[in-house]
Design a protein. Structure first.
Length: 393
């Protein structure tokens, strides 16, 4: 636990375009896994590590964050909000809190899960060295925050495009800084080939022998793409018990609900439905008769019609899945930001308030935008932009 008063700055202003359309009307950190926003896990870890105050940097759809967390009373920690009016990158977001924080302070990414024990190790290293310190972890792919080259505990380089073969040592999205970071950020000039990303600021610190690394050896999951959400959701549910015995959750006697499942308040599971491992079902969701859900995230107020079969699927808030809809499940080849990701575990994404009428088939890797309407019997594939109507024939 932190012995002295320490603040944590949590960066939660960005949209997360690679998770669109799920992020069109919500900040990426408010996407739920295990029926809880990503940001809530980060905040809880900070509180468990003994943080005395949270400073949340908000921007895109910030009202969703502020209405959920309020003044922090429910988490027994005061929360202060700083607004990043224009989303110009993580370093620019951090620069907005210069007048708000005191040395030293944590910086965390609101869309990257972290463990309290790791935060304690970061602070211990700071206390021993008084050197800005980042958390690193081995990964098969570099994160948007950069792959890291370390000489003993000194960081030598931070790059979004590492030249070595995987596994990489990557930036795990947790730091302890002092006011030196603001001096660095002020010296960054955005150009056509660079921005105010955190990797740029970290590289400048490293060039001046001013950055250390702590290596995290436990489990860690990057959260950049839709299939990452499903993987993390399944991991979080793995050790949970079966569905809670609560009066406001209705599970029919003939329904089968596996152990590694989360059911939120107001969920209704109809006769002969089957909810298989790795599935979280949000508040007030109605699951029809003879439905099968496997490795799914179903967000609040969604409706799943009778006989629907969904595998490896994310269903957005208030989406309507008609009777006998089929989401076949992965693996799939998915194109995001002009990059083809091959053999990923994604059956499909059906974003908020989309409606798939009866007998629709969603082929592997399909991304269905917000408020899309698909006629009965249609076959959906690829990417369907928000607001479109898909007609049969």
């Amino acid at each position: 636990m932190c012995e002295n008063s320490v603040q944590a700055v949590i960066l939660a202003a960005g949209e997360g375009l690679r998770l669109g359309p799920l992020t069109e009307r919500r900040p990426k950190p408010m996407i739920p896994v295990g029926n809880q926003p990503l940001l809530e896990y980060v905040l809880e870890a900070a509180v468990a590590a003994g943080i005395d105050e949270i400073v949340l940097v908000v921007g895109h759809a910030r009202e969703r964050i502020q209405s959920h967390f309020g003044d922090g009373h429910d988490w027994d920690v005061p929360i202060r909000y700083v607004t990043q009016a224009h989303q110009l990158g993580a370093a620019h977001a951090l620069s907005q809190v210069e007048s708000t924080v005191e040395d030293p302070f944590f910086v965390l990414h609101g869309d990257q899960l972290v463990e309290a024990a790791l935060l304690e190790r970061l602070l211990d290293h700071w206390n021993a060295t008084e050197t800005p310190t980042i958390a690193t972890v081995q990964s098969e792919r570099p994160t948007e925050y950069g792959a890291v080259e370390v000489d003993e505990m000194a960081v030598r380089s931070v790059s979004k495009t590492p030249t070595d073969d995987p596994p990489f040592l990557v930036n795990a999205g947790a730091y302890v800084f002092d006011d030196r970071i603001f001096d660095v950020i002020r010296g960054i000039e955005a150009t056509e080939t660079s921005d105010f990303g955190i990797a740029t600021a970290l590289q400048i610190l490293a060039d001046n022998d001013g950055l250390s690394a702590v290596v995290h050896r436990d489990s860690w999951q990057d959260l950049t793409y839709p299939w990452d959400l499903l993987t993390t959701n399944a991991q979080l549910l793995h050790s949970r018990p079966g569905p809670p015995d609560e009066t406001d959750i209705s599970v029919h006697d003939s329904a089968a609900v596996s152990a590694d499942v989360a059911l939120d308040d107001g969920v209704s599971i109809s006769p002969n439905a089957t909810v298989l491992p790795g599935t979280s079902v949000g508040k007030n969701v109605r699951v029809g008769a003879n439905v099968t859900l496997s490795n799914c995230i179903v967000m609040s107020d969604a409706r799943i019609g009778n006989g629907a079969v969904l595998h490896d699927c994310i269903v957005g808030e208030s989406a309507v899945i008609g009777p006998n809809v089929t989401v076949e499940g992965g693996p799939a080849d998915v194109v995001i930001a002009d990059t083809v990701h091959r053999d990923v575990g994604l059956g499909g994404v059906v974003a908020d308030r989309a409606t798939l009428r009866g007998n629709v088939t969603v082929t592997p890797g399909t991304v269905v935008g917000r408020t899309v309407r698909a006629d009965s019997g249609t076959v959906l594939g690829g990417r369907i932009e928000s607001g479109e109507m898909v007609r049969r024939g």
